[in-house]
Unconditional design. Structure first.
Length: 187
């Protein structure tokens, strides 16, 4: 089901947010984060989340607006939320590019920009998981889901699917390494 795919993608996005947060912590302690990894996280959001994931959610939301406008209104303006997330991502990309170029930018400004992105992404995912997805599952018909599924792009996730892109190899390895470290700390 489409919602299951989107929920799985949310878990994967959370993994990326954790990686970004880890690199930010290194930066905050005057260390040198892995800018290749940070760039890959940004690229993933630009390539997959903005172009595919959000479009799929927008298709579902459009159907929800037709089936249950009151419930859709309670969710809010999903397309606007996605646009605001995109704007925050572009601020992150710009701040990171400035740091890499050696621009004089206070660390606390970079930290604030990235933490703002992290917090909003996490709140947005939580709202969708808690409110939007269950509402859509309840309101939409089997025909609606079939139409949504037929309209979805066949493009597969370039990081977390069986059709991975080489440009994300370093990021994928980094995620696995961090998750291994976290698992070892738990035991």
């Amino acid at each position: 089901m489409v919602i299951d795919i989107l929920s799985r993608e949310h878990r994967n996005i959370e993994r990326l947010l954790t990686v970004l947060e880890h690199e930010l912590d290194i930066f905050d302690h005057a260390g040198r984060p892995d800018y290749e990894v940070i760039g890959s996280v940004i690229a993933y959001f630009e390539v997959y989340t903005e172009l595919y994931h959000h479009r799929q959610e927008d298709l579902i939301f459009a159907k929800l607006q037709l089936r249950d406008p009151v419930a859709a209104a309670k969710i809010g303006d999903l397309a606007r939320e996605h646009q605001k997330g995109s704007d925050r991502l572009h601020r992150v990309a710009h701040a990171v590019a400035n740091v890499r170029a050696g621009a004089e930018i206070p660390r606390e400004n970079v930290d604030a920009i990235i933490r703002d992105f992290l917090a909003h992404e996490r709140r947005h995912i939580m709202m969708e998981d808690r409110d939007f997805f269950p509402t859509a599952v309840k309101a939409l018909t089997a025909q609606d889901w079939a139409e949504i599924a037929s309209a979805l792009s066949p493009h597969k996730d370039p990081l977390f699917s069986d059709v991975t892109e080489a440009r994300f190899d370093v990021l994928r390895d980094h995620i696995m390494e961090l998750e291994k470290e976290a698992e070892a700390e738990r035991h």
